[in-house]
Design a protein around this ligand. Sequence first.
Ligand code: ZN
Length: 80
Amino acid sequence: MLKGKCFELVSVDAFGGVRVFDRTVPGNRTVTVTFAPKGVVCSHCLNDSFCVHVEFVVTHLDMQKIVMQKRKAGWNIPEP
Ligand SMILES: [Zn+2]
């Protein structure tokens, strides 16, 4: 699968939902990656494993502060 420049961080909401624009997804092309205490879930891949969208979000520079806070709080945020 194509990675990197296919994805774009769209927005982050107060509840831990991160919208990612994915050029490889047909239709509206927006995927939501949600942070939860037991893990990070992708609306497109529908599992809590480490898909490309989760990887993109947890490694994104703009997300590092949030990722650090969640890890500190004991949330199960996957390491790339
Ligand atoms: Zn995904």
